[in-house]
Design a protein around this ligand. Structure first.
Ligand code: AMP
Ligand code: MG
Length: 342
């Protein structure tokens, strides 16, 4: 990646940040609403300020937009993202609140608290947001993000706006320096006040578990809950540890050159594996071989082929470049022997 020109701070108003022949505009919050809305409506991603850190946001109901988030971050895995809502009514349409979660939402939203909750059926959330899980991580952000979501009328999926493996960005300039060549717009709201990610909690059998410490101290949450929290993820929740949860009932056979008897076929691209006509069910991740489209289709197509009742799913080779790495990671987990899955 070419070196960036030194950046002067503070930065006001509209400017263009140029990397190679790509552009990421930096627009101050006061002027950015319409441009951000237009990009999100078109299924593109936008970096936005929140009270925690800058988020790389995309329409949580649009699989291609969510795939673009993973692509821009260069994430090698599809871990579940936090869905951001504008108000409690939107949150209620997406997830099922138990009384304790409702109490915490009332106390801390909008704010840096994320609640993991069971999803409602047919809530419109694309399965790539939750990595196919039955639960969803929800948060109501303060300020520009909240207003943007209210105007859009749909939730936004948003992990931190940084390349995979780098630290979270707390200024628009840091976002632009990192992702400027891969996204079109950074909304500049100045330095983020909290500066660390949200605290993530989940109610399990009436007990509260701290899944990730963050912007709200555990003690503050415990004071509202009236009880100590359990600590540590239960294994399923940590990013990359979700294998058993994703595993289909059918066995998976990767890089299949031909389709066997009683097999379903998960295809990719324009040319088919030998014997494809005998497949008991067939889904093509992307007829034209587009990895973004393939990522968007991955979870729902695996589930659909699993429902076909086939004992085995043959999977055509998927290239490893770009989003292909995360797609192959996911496929490899699904194909792993079940007793090896953590
Ligand atoms: P990030 O968006 O990068 O701040 O990371 C989101 C965090 O939320 C990750 O640590 C995920 O493991 C966690 N997370 C998201 N969805 C869920 C879920 N359904 N259950 C448990 N943890 C989740
Ligand atoms: Mg992050």
């Amino acid at each position: 990646m070419p070196a960036l020109a030194p950046f002067r701070q503070p930065y006001y108003g509209t400017s263009v940040f140029r990397i190679g022949d790509q552009l990421a505009e930096i627009i101050a919050v006061g002027e950015a609403m319409q441009r951000a809305l237009a990009l999100l409506e078109g299924g593109d991603v936008v970096a936005i300020p929140t009270e925690t850190v800058y988020g790389l946001a995309g329409d949580a109901t649009n699989g291609v937009a969510v795939a673009r988030i993973f692509e821009a971050k260069g994430r090698p895995r599809f871990n579940p993202l936090i869905a951001h809502v504008a108000d409690l009514a939107m949150a209620d349409r997406i997830a099922l609140f138990d009384p304790l979660s409702s109490r915490l939402a009332a106390a801390f939203w909008p704010g840096p608290l994320t609640l993991v909750l069971p999803q409602r059926a047919e809530n419109g959330i694309h399965p790539l947001v939750t990595a196919g899980l039955g639960t969803i991580a929800l948060r109501m952000p303060r300020g520009f993000g909240g207003e943007l979501i209210a105007r859009l009328g749909r939730p936004l999926a948003a992990p931190s706006a940084n390349s995979s493996g780098r630290i979270s960005a707390t200024t628009a300039q840091a976002v632009a320096a990192d992702l400027g060549g891969r996204i079109r717009l950074v909304v500049d709201g100045g330095a983020t006040p909290v500066g660390v990610e949200s605290t993530i909690v989940k109610v399990e059998d009436g007990k509260l578990r701290l899944l990730r410490p963050g912007g709200i101290a555990a003690g503050e949450i415990e004071a509202v809950a009236g009880a100590k929290m359990l600590r540590g993820a239960t294994g399923i929740e940590a990013p990359g540890m979700l294998a058993s949860h994703y595993a289909p009932g059918a066995s998976m056979r990767l890089n299949a050159e031909r389709v066997g008897v009683d097999e379903a076929l998960l295809a990719f691209g324009p040319s088919r594996a030998e014997g494809w006509r005998q497949a008991v069910a067939l889904k093509n991740l992307s007829e034209v071989g587009d990895l973004r489209e393939a990522a968007a289709n991955l979870f729902s197509y695996m589930q659909a082929l699993d429902r076909s009742g086939a004992a085995s799913i043959a999977v055509e080779p998927v290239p490893f470049d770009g989003l292909g790495e995360a797609i192959n990671d996911r496929l490899a987990r699904a194909a792993a022997p079940r007793d090896k899955i953590a």
